[in-house]
Design a protein around this ligand. Structure first.
Ligand code: DI6
Ligand code: FE
Length: 408
């Protein structure tokens, strides 16, 4: 019988498989993982390896831990400029909503993003992405939404696509044209939504730049009716939807995105029981963003116990953005989810692996199993809870991206 020749055989590692349908971390102690052609082809306890196996590269990882490559399923990591001036203003007593209403906030990042050339935008964004990747991230969602005109939104999304070509990371792009009302449409929000539906979205889809559609459904963003119109257009293009919902107030956006079988409702501090019911019924993931909660000094907690009770999967992400979450550490987000939201380290880690994948509609990343993509992170830790426990310490030794080893 012909012996299969694997590309890589990792031996004697502890593996946290993190399947949604396995309890806890899905741990296998003293395990082996075999990779061929960028896929996992064997995974099990090392002692159960077939007697005669061959691999081009066999490595002993005794005592180390392997998890799926981490997933950051909600970011605005491509943007121009910084907003530490507004951070300072808020500390001098001005609220985020006041800053937004007086032309700062999202619109100040729109000005900086419009002014940057594509290569400048890329150059500003790459270091942030590299910081995430250093902590074992192998899949990343990137939203537009600081361009708000066709050329600038296209520029942001092209930069997102370039990041996937330049760095070892899968990128999913999300069109967030409905992030804020651009100055050209001041006082004409309905016209802007119409413009998004008939001009911008079709043009960006044509360019192959859009994997999903998102909106900011909020008093200072767009109404439920406007969001619904955009989602209807997204559906006509066969695109999945997700929503910034219930971040600052309850607009019942979660129920709306759930009705559209949306991938996720994100933020959710002001989520109501009816929103939870709708999300549970439609398998819409709750994406929680503890760094934005922290940075805005929010005090209203998302309804974690109720989400748990309704079996709504909970994902976690950085929300990396210049206004409410200038953070490029997903490990710190794990810690914040535990300390601020009282999630368990297990829930937190599931939130950046299997449920992060679900929030992006991806089936082949986010957990470890035969047939899955060989995106793995290697850690110098004693147990998985270490990943949520330490603050500002990075125990990532490297990743296998598409089966290829990359040291950190
Ligand atoms: N919610 C947020 O937290 C970010 N966008 C959104 O809709 C903040 C965006 C910003 O302030 O630049
Ligand atoms: Fe966001």
């Amino acid at each position: 019988m012909q012996v299969p020749i694997w590309d890589t055989l990792i031996r004697h590692a502890n593996v946290a498989r993190l399947h949604a349908d396995l309890p806890g971390y899905g741990e296998l102690m003293d395990a082996a993982v075999a990779i061929k052609d960028g896929k996992i082809v064997w995974l099990g306890v090392d002692a159960d390896l077939p007697a005669s196996v061959e691999a081009q590269d066999e490595i002993d990882m005794v005592g180390k831990w392997i998890t799926p490559g981490l997933i950051d399923c909600h970011t605005h990591i491509v943007h121009g400029g910084r907003r530490s001036n507004e951070f300072e203003a808020r500390l001098n007593g001005i609220s985020y909503e006041e800053i937004a209403r007086s032309g700062g906030g999202i619109l100040s990042s729109v000005r900086a993003t419009r002014a940057a050339s594509e290569s400048e935008l890329l150059a500003q964004s790459l270091p942030r992405v590299k910081s995430l990747l250093a902590e074992g991230v192998t899949t990343l969602e990137i939203k537009s939404g600081y361009g708000l005109d066709l050329a600038s939104e296209a520029k942001m999304l092209k930069v997102a696509r370039q990041i996937a070509e330049l760095l070892p990371v899968n990128v999913k792009t999300t069109f967030l044209g409905a992030h804020a009302l651009p100055p050209e449409f001041a006082g004409r929000a309905d016209d802007y939504i119409e413009h998004l539906c008939v001009e911008m979205l079709p043009a960006l889809v044509q360019l192959g730049l859009v994997d999903a559609v998102d909106a900011f459904c909020e008093r200072i963003g767009f109404s439920r009716a406007q969001t619904e119109k955009l989602f209807t257009a997204a559906r006509q293009h066969g695109l999945p939807v997700k929503l910034h919902a219930e971040q600052l107030s309850d607009q019942d956006g979660s129920a709306l995105v759930a009705q559209f079988q949306g991938l996720s409702a994100d933020h959710l501090e002001y989520l109501s029981p009816s929103g939870i019911t709708a999300m549970a019924a439609n398998h819409t993931v709750a994406v929680l963003l503890p760094a934005a909660y922290y940075f805005l000094r929010e005090t209203k907690l998302p309804p974690i116990a109720e989400l748990r009770a309704a079996n709504v999967p909970i994902a976690l992400a950085t929300d990396c953005n210049p206004g409410t979450a200038p953070i490029t550490s997903l490990l710190l987000v794990l810690n914040m989810a535990c300390t601020l939201f009282k999630m368990t380290p297990q829930e937190a880690l599931r939130g950046v692996t299997c449920y992060g994948a679900q929030a992006l509609g991806m089936q082949d990343v986010g957990s470890l199993n035969v047939g899955m993509h060989a995106d793995l992170a290697l850690w110098e830790i004693e147990r998985p809870a270490d990943l949520a426990y330490a603050m500002g310490f990075n125990p990532c030794l490297g990743v296998w991206k598409d089966g290829r080893w990359l040291a950190r």
